[in-house]
Design a protein around this ligand. Structure first.
Ligand code: UTP
Length: 293
């Protein structure tokens, strides 16, 4: 098994129920944050780690994801003719790497979505990116996880401290701190009640996994919510090999949730060179008027 992480899986076949009705017939992953669809942030994060092969797990109503990462002759021609060189380069950047699309016929859970990628991953370690968890481009979470993977040669899960009031929405670890930001995981619980949570360390949407997870996923029965849960598979994996957690201390937005999506939009617009100054004045004006009411 090589130590390099060359492939990333993007599970994108979920039903996006938290964002209905927007997600009834169009993919959550294509909802724009400022001027890019959510999934593009994840793809750029992987490209920054030299990952060049992508496997996107799609489902019904997800075809626009494929179109987004494909070339569009008509649009390119128009941009070329009107001299919009920068925009042309920007859209061409997106069709330079290899992407495989796999349909997950039924949204049977995150674990099942990952299992669908088995024929493409074969015998290599790989990254999993949940594109509705947006990580700021100034942060190096995935890079740091890959670095840790190279040291420990074992799966690495991204962790973040979350308030007790939100813990029931996450997979939560029981772990032993090994060094700054690195935990050896003892156990995991999917979506525990706050009183049952073994810690405040939640698993967030970045994973480095090894191909032995596929054998476990193949045999796994549905768990919470009658879904094939990735956390249940990792729990079984723990009996066979060490699994590590890497604590992320930067900013993450859960853009699959309406409030998280709004926060991501505002913060990323404030950082966008084209918009920041005008948007900042607008926000300052709103907050002034909010204070007055
Ligand atoms: P979520 O838990 O966010 O589910 O899935 P969801 O369906 O996208 O959204 P809600 O919770 O109903 O609003 C985490 C990730 O796993 C993918 C989703 O697309 C998302 O990226 N997923 C989930 C699949 O690809 N297939 C599944 O069967 C379930």
């Amino acid at each position: 098994m090589s130590g390099m992480i060359k492939k990333a899986i993007f599970p994108a076949a979920g039903l996006g129920t938290r964002f209905l009705p927007a997600t009834k017939a169009s993919p959550k992953e294509m909802m724009p944050i400022v001027d890019k669809p959510m999934i593009q942030y994840g793809v750029e994060e992987a490209l920054a780690c030299n990952i060049q092969e992508f496997i996107i797990i799609t489902g019904k109503h997800k075809r626009s994801i494929e179109d987004h990462f494909d070339s569009t002759f008509e649009l390119e021609d128009k941009l070329r003719k009107s001299g919009k060189k920068e925009l042309l380069e920007e859209i061409n950047r997106l069709n330079k790497f290899s992407i495989a699309y796999i349909r997950q016929g039924k949204a049977l859970g995150l674990g099942h979505a990952i299992l669908c990628a088995k024929p493409f991953v074969k015998d290599e370690p790989f990254a999993v990116i949940l594109s509705d968890d947006i990580i700021g481009s100034e942060d190096t979470l995935l890079k740091d996880m890959i670095k840790l993977y190279k040291e420990v040669k074992s799966p690495v899960l991204a962790l973040q401290k979350v308030p007790r009031s939100e813990i029931h929405r996450y997979g939560v670890i029981d772990g032993l701190k090994e060094s700054k930001g690195v935990y050896k995981i003892r156990d995991l619980i999917e979506k525990p009640l706050a009183k049952d949570a073994p810690s405040d360390l939640a698993i967030i949407g970045r994973y480095i996994l090894t191909p032995d997870i596929f054998d476990i996923l193949e045999k796994l029965k549905p768990g919470k919510g009658r879904e094939i849960q990735l956390t249940d598979a990792i729990r079984k994996l723990l009996k066979k090999r060490p699994v590590y957690g890497f604590l992320f201390e930067g900013k993450r937005y859960d853009a699959g949730d309406k409030l998280g999506y709004l926060k991501a939009t505002v913060d990323l617009a404030l950082k966008n060179p084209e918009l920041s100054s005008k948007f900042r004045s607008y926000i300052l004006n709103i907050s002034k008027s909010l204070k007055e009411t």
